[in-house]
Ligand binder design. Structure first.
Ligand code: TXA
Ligand code: MG
Length: 329
């Protein structure tokens, strides 16, 4: 499943100004790899219509190539050229786009997203991000842009330019620095294929908000595109080097501690220690999740103990990522 090492290249640094946006779009049209900010996490972008550009993503990430990618578009009208939207898909797109929602829908007759980006499936994952820089680049590129999270495969997603460079410097053509991402966890993925919508991945739009729009409850179906992977590989997708201990009441001696609304005395009892949200706010916790995991992991502890996180709202996405980080590998 591992790929040959990616080609070494020097990674251009682009600013979040009109020149940087124009350069990013130009590179994408040439089939090159550009890391760019979205409101969820940084994406490693390439022309979704070009099989060779998409192959470059898999090589840079060392990602198993049967895992399909999300195609990003500037608006719903552009998205509808590539996928077929039923009534539920349309209602969800109108309610949450632009924003942290991905819809998996059947491909349209004119779908230009390459087979490789779709991993050969008859469906396509489409997303209209709300980040102004991502939107401007998509508009200028004028084609669907494939973008998985801008991290090496198996590492936690990148929520800042520094995280992107730690994983991908020298492996991609450019990186546009748009500061820290706002949401911090990836988009919610909902499949509208035939019949009832299914939740494929909890994410930046809480389940309850989706259920409010479609008027029924969603079943968590598991990421369909990842089905061919062995359960172990699938589960350990978001893996720090440290072992993760979930639902911890307190740190044990020698453990690093990641709190959530934790008592200051408890926070002080471990070194190193960070708190996802001292005030117990799940939105703030999602934004801090991957950055805090990376920061603690970089200090090389054997174990990171993590406080319980409530399962409602964005807590479902946070707990999903934490369970994957904790899965045996
Ligand atoms: O927030 C996000 O969604 C970020 C930003 C960069 O947009 N992107 C992201 O992409 O998280 P990635 O590649 O890390 O996750 C895409 C997920 C994969 O788990 C894949 O299995 C699923 O989308 N997927 C893509 N196409 C699919 C399809 N046709 N059917 C089922 N699942 C699909
Ligand atoms: Mg990812």
């Amino acid at each position: 499943m591992t790929q040959p090492p990616p080609v070494r290249r020097s990674t251009e640094r682009l600013d979040s100004d009109p020149a940087g946006i124009a350069r990013a779009a130009e590179l994408l049209r040439e089939g090159r790899l550009v890391a760019l900010p979205t409101e969820t996490v940084y994406g490693l972008a390439a022309d979704a219509t070009s099989g060779s550009a998409v192959a470059g993503i898999y090589a840079a990430k060392e990602r198993p190539s049967f895992n399909p990618l999300i195609a990003h578009l500037p608006d719903l009208a552009a998205a509808r050229r590539h996928g077929l939207f039923d009534a539920n898909a349309l209602a969800l797109a109108r309610a949450f786009w632009p924003g942290p929602l991905t819809l998996v829908v059947p491909v349209s007759a004119g779908c230009a997203v390459s087979d490789l980006a779709r991993a050969g499936l008859g469906s396509v994952a489409l997303r209209v991000p709300s980040h102004p820089i991502a939107h401007a680049i998509l508009q200028a590129a004028g084609r669907p842009i494939a973008a998985p999270s801008a991290n090496r495969s198996g590492r936690v997603s990148a929520t800042s330019a520094a995280h992107v460079l730690a994983d991908l410097d020298g492996r991609i053509d450019a990186m546009l620095d748009g500061g820290a991402t706002e949401v911090g966890v990836e988009s919610t993925i909902v499949a509208c294929l035939n019949g009832a919508p299914r939740l494929l991945r909890p994410g930046g739009v809480p389940r309850s908000a989706i259920e409010g729009v479609i008027g029924r409850s969603l079943v968590l179906a598991g990421e369909a595109g990842m089905a061919p992977i062995s359960p172990g590989l699938l589960a350990s997708h978001y893996a720090p080097a440290a072992r993760i201990r979930l639902e911890a009441e307190a740190p044990r001696p020698g453990e690093a501690w990641l709190g959530f609304g934790s008592d200051p005395a408890l926070q002080a009892s471990a070194a190193p220690a960070l708190d996802l949200s001292p005030g117990g706010d799940l939105t703030e916790a999602a934004a801090n999740l991957f950055g805090h995991l990376r920061a603690l992991d970089a200090l090389g502890p054997a174990v990171i103990a993590i406080a319980p996180i409530p399962e409602h709202g964005l807590g479902e996405a946070i707990n999903d990522r934490l369970r994957r980080a904790a899965a045996p590998r």
